[in-house]
Design a protein around this ligand. Sequence first.
Ligand SMILES: [Zn+2]
Length: 58
Amino acid sequence: MIEYFYTCPYCWQPVSILVDGALDRFEGIEDCEVCCNPIEFRILLVGGEVVSFSAVKA
Ligand SMILES: [Zn+2]
């Protein structure tokens, strides 16, 4: 698993998400661990590295 750090679009706190490095893309909604608001993720991976990352208000 890859731990990727980003800034929450609601509370602007630094938070992280765990992404399965075996995937080539991840899309989904998860709650911020700080403010519990829903965040929509769009993540692209190549060879276990995050090459594109988007976290927006869901
Ligand atoms: Zn938050």
